[in-house]
Design a protein around this ligand. Structure first.
Ligand code: ADP
Ligand code: MG
Length: 234
């Protein structure tokens, strides 16, 4: 690795250079260049089929075919949250959170993570006893307990009702402020992107078409007039 690359790797949690991904004839990611500094909260917008999930899978090291099509650097400790909680129905909530981790210390951390997402007392519940919002809270706890340097979330609130979604926004932002992972949140909700993130990207024709910094003061609710100003810039 070239010396300048090593230096960049240390300051950037995610670094993409010329990342390309095609499916048969169709080029979905067309040479993506992107740096996400450690601890930054980034939202990724783009219409359906623009390649948001494809990009997220690549960054999560879930796409083996993307290797060699450019340069991809991302931390080892990456957690992913999907639209569906993907809890295993035959395991209790705490066991889902702990999946693959053992020992008393891990269990303690799992209980703490559940308390942090507001699920204290639900450790022994089965996933099908949870509401959609609670299941996503459990999915966040399962991510948290792994202490990720990078949290990837693919439309994690897309299936929730509007009120639950707003509660989840508050929770996600609080978790981020407490633990400061880098976050790449895929959403199709422009307001969600502006309210939550410090930087909003728009994926368009396989490239990052727009890269907007959400300056402070930061709109913090859907009623904030600042929201409209940012919306116009997207
Ligand atoms: P988004 O998440 O922005 O809605 P995706 O990343 O899921 O978009 O998909 C982008 C494009 O890539 C779509 O046209 C989709 O059909 C195609 N695609 C994604 N995954 C595959 C796959 N495994 N095989 C073939 N085509 C795929
Ligand atoms: Mg998608």
């Amino acid at each position: 690795m070239a010396p300048h690359t090593e230096q960049l790797t240390r300051s950037a949690a995610v670094q993409l250079r010329g990342l390309t991904r095609s499916f048969e004839e169709r080029t979905v990611l067309d040479g993506i260049d992107l740096d996400i500094p450690a601890g930054q909260f980034v939202a990724l917008l783009g219409h359906s089929g623009s390649g948001k999930s494809t990009l997220l899978r690549a960054v999560a090291h879930l796409d083996h075919e993307v290797v060699g099509s450019g340069q991809l650097t991302a931390p080892e400790r990456v957690s992913v949250v999907f639209q569906d909680s993907r809890l295993l129905p035959w395991r209790r909530v705490l066991d889902n959170v702990l999946l693959g981790l053992d020992g008393k210390e891990a269990e303690q951390k799992g209980r703490e993570a559940l308390a942090e997402v507001g699920l204290k007392g639900r450790e022994r519940a089965w996933p099908n006893e949870l509401s959609g919002g609670e299941a996503q809270r459990a999915a966040l706890a399962r991510s948290l307990v792994r202490e990720p340097e990078l949290l990837l979330a693919d439309e994690p609130f897309g299936a929730l009702d509007a009120l639950t979604r707003i509660k989840m926004h508050t929770l996600l932002r609080e978790l981020w402020e407490r633990h400061k992972p880098s976050v790449l949140l895929v959403t199709h909700d422009v307001d969600e992107a502006i309210v939550l993130a410090d930087r909003v990207l728009v994926l368009d024709h396989g490239r990052i078409g727009l890269d907007l910094t959400i300056d402070r003061p930061h709109p913090r609710s859907y009623r904030d007039p600042l929201l409209g100003e940012y919306r116009e810039r997207l």
